[in-house]
Design a binder for this molecule. Structure first.
Ligand code: ZN
Ligand code: ZN
Length: 349
């Protein structure tokens, strides 16, 4: 991650950051797929697998049977009800005809019609007997349906009784499975953080830094965000605990880095100016001057004041005169801007 001032170099640096982010994006996508599918590592759980299989099978058969019986009884009941309705209307119309006939007979009062009266009465009796029989069939089917319904209710009650402890066992097993799968997920994502830490320590400044940073982003995102929807109730503790540990490690690292930097800087400022200038990097020196700070000690200096040739804080020369044309020039420039004579050719890029 060298910071150069050349235009192409600057843009390439930005492009490499884009590479790091895209790399992280693909890794995150892949990681989230793996983390999600970890649930399927174990067999899916069902309530029935916690029931006595023989009892469950028998009860299921019983439930199915009583349901079929009830359906059949309902169909037969519909038929019988229809037949009863027909018999009822037959009787009703026959009785009406008979009543009319009887009325005429009473009016005429012809005794030779008595045998017909007997025959008609018999026919009416027969129709009434049919109606009663049809009613009997309806009642029998109602009874059959009631029996089937009660059998089904009893089977349901037995099923619920069998299901209740199974339900509890199922919930316990589900909770245990949730914990196990969470541990699998943790076992997968926690080492990613360790790898990311190693990459940060050793590879963040190597030529392959975009991949190292991509992986670091991926590991952080996966642990702190990807895991969130799968956290069990106590999962927050794991997340915050790891977050605290990580912050402490990063904080300690930053503090040590700051101390080392200050120590290094003090040591460098104690060296003679010529020697210091040679250890400085050209682009860094120019970038610092551009920000209005001394390239040697990084403290602010008024560069617009033509009277200031040396840093008032550390004493390093900021401006000098060209050995050839004696123009006042930037002491860090490699060539005199006025005559082109080489000056600080020893500064590294
Ligand atoms: Zn200075
Ligand atoms: Zn010159």
């Amino acid at each position: 991650m060298d910071k150069g001032l050349r235009l192409t170099e600057k843009w390439l640096q930005r492009g490499l950051w884009l590479v790091a982010i895209v790399f992280a994006g693909f890794l995150i996508g892949l990681g989230s797929l793996v983390v999600r599918n970890l649930w399927d590592v174990e067999r899916p759980l069902t309530v029935e697998q916690f029931m006595d299989p023989a009892r469950a099978r028998a009860l299921k058969a019983e439930l199915e049977q009583s349901r079929e019986r009830r359906e059949a009884a309902r169909e037969r009941l519909d038929q019988a009800t229809q037949k009863h309705a027909v018999a009822q209307s037959n009787t009703r119309s026959a009785r009406a005809t008979f009543d009319n006939w009887l009325a005429t007979r009473d009016a005429t009062a012809r005794p030779e019609q008595d045998p017909e009266l007997i025959a008609r009465t018999r026919a009416l009796d027969a129709l009434e007997a049919d109606e009663r029989k049809a009613l009997g069939a309806v009642e029998a089917e109602q009874q059959a349906m009631l029996d089937a319904t009660q059998a089904s209710d009893r089977a349901h009650v037995s099923w619920r009784r069998l299901e209740e402890p199974a339900q509890r066992a199922f919930l316990d097993a589900s909770e245990a499975k949730e914990l196990r799968v969470f541990l699998y997920r943790l076992a997968l994502t926690l080492p990613l953080l360790l790898v990311a830490g190693w990459l940060f320590r050793h590879k963040r400044k190597s030529a392959d830094w975009p991949f190292a940073w991509g992986f670091i982003l991926f590991a952080l995102f996966t642990f702190f965000f990807e895991l969130v929807p799968y956290l069990p109730s106590y999962g927050g503790y794991v997340r915050y605990a790891v977050g605290i540990v990580l912050t402490v490690i990063v904080g300690r690292y930053a503090i040590t880095w700051l101390q080392h930097y200050l120590a290094r800087q003090k040591q460098a400022e104690a060296l003679p100016a010529v020697e210091r200038r040679q250890t400085m990097r050209y682009d860094v020196a120019l970038a610092r001057l551009g920000k209005g700070v001394c390239p040697g000690c990084e403290r602010p200096v008024d560069l617009k004041d033509n009277g200031i040739d040396f840093c008032p804080h550390c004493g390093i020369g900021l401006f000098d005169r060209c050995g050839c044309c004696s123009a006042r020039k930037n002491a860090f420039a490699r060539f005199c801007f006025s005559c082109g004579t080489a000056a600080n050719t020893t500064l590294a890029d």
